[in-house]
Design a protein around this ligand. Structure first.
Ligand code: GLU
Length: 468
């Protein structure tokens, strides 16, 4: 494979959500798998829509998931003289002209088209003697409408007729180029081999093909990615529909590896059942031609599941512990690494992302008050009279008092207790769990007790006994 040069070209209009980062990821994967380069280009030619801070935010987002760029960030606003030169060339070649019309005149043309029940096309109103372009009027491309057939690396064979091609604006009256012009100039100047972007630009491709021809350029490979769809309904995921800032997931303690894995498999798989992929594996296996043509629905539950898989299976324990640093409950502050590692070791099984850590682990660090609700709302325990619960818990206490609290001994004792009391785990273990954790769920009971230790466990059982 020839080294590819791909780019991600966001406009700095706010944060990136999963759809944007997925586009960046696919472009990055193509560059990496061919030993090529990935370029970050900031398309900031629409000053009205620009949101302060976005450029940093975009870079932070890409850095968080590990999408590193080889060149950039290049800002279009720093390149205005380049677009001007290219525009001048088109003017000189007779392929661009100043648009002399006032907004009112344009509106009148639109009205005429509407009255004639025809689509409005600017090219039907080309001025006979356009003024010399002095940068104050919009500059329009003089198109040569025709049929186009082209291949999109994702969408396949596409074709359109001449009616979709119009004299579009390439330079605005504020001196900035339009996206339609600037991206073509930049992709050419930056030797981009693959334009990988959202499908929203497909309808404009014929116009671009016409402009490439006028500029004497052969177009790069075009790959249009289907939308990431909202979780429900038939609409694309958007910030308006609550699509989150990708960095919110960082805040919630999702692993970037899981995010990459999730994004890559949002509309792509390698035709096997495999779901967990590392970035290195993706670089080897990803194939633009295997990207699904239809939009994939965003499902946050799948991300949560995947993050749990990464927490349990893919990340080395020491590394996982390091990354958990900022997510422990406040009550963990006085505890040493050794104890916190033990806690992480047992809660790892249930943990899906780090923001859940306080909820899953606080009872390891603080004695929570006895909550009578836990028994009165428990499916099995609520059926038993208080004195029976008391007897059961006393038997458990007597046995645990003899234990050295190593995991094997605890396991043996808990099993013996089941036999001795002729109770089901759902009753006996739930009762001991509630007494020692004051939580509706916990990791395996023996594991939990082993980490809590003898003193603490017995003290908590005593507190529960007092309420029975
Ligand atoms: N600036 C465009 C956007 O943010 C980029 C499209 C492209 O990649 O060419 O949607």
């Amino acid at each position: 494979m020839k080294p590819a040069r791909t780019r991600f070209a966001p406009s700095p209009t706010g944060f990136l959500h999963v759809g944007g980062v997925r586009t960046a990821l696919f472009a990055w994967l193509v560059a990496k798998q061919t030993g090529g380069q990935f370029i970050l280009r900031i398309e900031d030619t629409d000053k009205v829509r620009e949101v302060a801070g976005s450029i940093d935010h975009i870079q932070d987002s890409l850095k968080w998931v590990g999408i590193n760029w080889d060149e950039g960030p290049l800002k279009q606003s720093d390149r205005l003289d380049i677009y001007k030169q290219w525009a001048d060339k088109l003017v000189a070649a007779g392929r661009a002209y100043a648009d002399p019309y006032s907004p009112e005149e344009l509106q009148a043309f639109r009205g005429q088209a509407k009255a004639a029940k025809k689509p409005f096309l600017f090219r039907d109103h080309r001025p006979d003697n356009p003024p010399k372009w002095d940068g104050k009027q919009p500059l329009r491309f003089k198109s040569e409408p025709k049929d186009y057939h082209w291949t999109d690396a994702v969408m396949g064979e596409l074709s359109t007729g001449p009616e979709v091609i119009d004299d579009f604006i390439i330079m605005k009256s504020d001196g900035y180029p339009t996206y339609n012009f600037a991206h073509i100039v930049d992709d050419a100047e930056m030797n981009i081999t693959h334009v990988i972007r959202s499908q929203e630009f497909i309808a404009s491709v014929p116009k671009y093909l016409n402009l490439y021809e006028a500029l004497g350029l052969s177009p790069p490979i075009l790959a249009s990615l289907p939308y990431v769809m909202a979780p429900a309904g038939n609409k694309k995921l958007s910030k308006r529909d609550g699509a989150k800032d990708i960095l919110d997931y960082a805040q919630e303690g999702f692993l970037p590896e899981a995010m990459i894995n999730f994004l890559a498999t949002l509309g792509w798989n390698d035709d096997t059942e495999q779901e967990i992929f590392s970035a290195d594996e993706l670089i080897k296996k990803f194939d633009l031609n295997e990207v699904h043509k239809g939009g994939a629905h965003f499902d946050e539950r799948r991300l949560v599941w995947m993050d749990g898989e990464w927490i349990r299976g893919e990340i080395e324990f020491d590394d996982l512990y390091k990354r958990s640093k900022d997510f422990w409950p406040q009550s963990a502050a006085g505890y040493d690494d050794d104890y916190k590692q033990k806690v992480l070791g047992v809660v790892r099984e249930r943990l899906k992302f780090f923001a859940e850590l306080p909820e899953l682990s606080s009872f390891f660090f603080e004695d929570l008050p006895v909550d009578p609700e836990l028994i009165s709302s428990h499916k099995q325990l609520k059926k038993l009279p208080a004195d029976e619960l008391k007897n059961l818990l006393e038997s458990a206490r007597s046995s645990l008092e003899e234990s050295d609290f190593n995991i094997d001994d605890l396991t043996k004792r808990l099993n013996n207790l089941l036999e001795q009391t002729a109770q089901k785990p759902a009753v006996l273990f739930s009762l001991i769990r509630i007494a020692t954790t004051q939580a509706p769920a916990s990791p395996g009971l023996a594991d939990t007790l082993a980490v809590l230790g003898k003193d603490r466990s017995l003290k908590r059982i005593d507190a529960q006994l007092k309420t029975l």
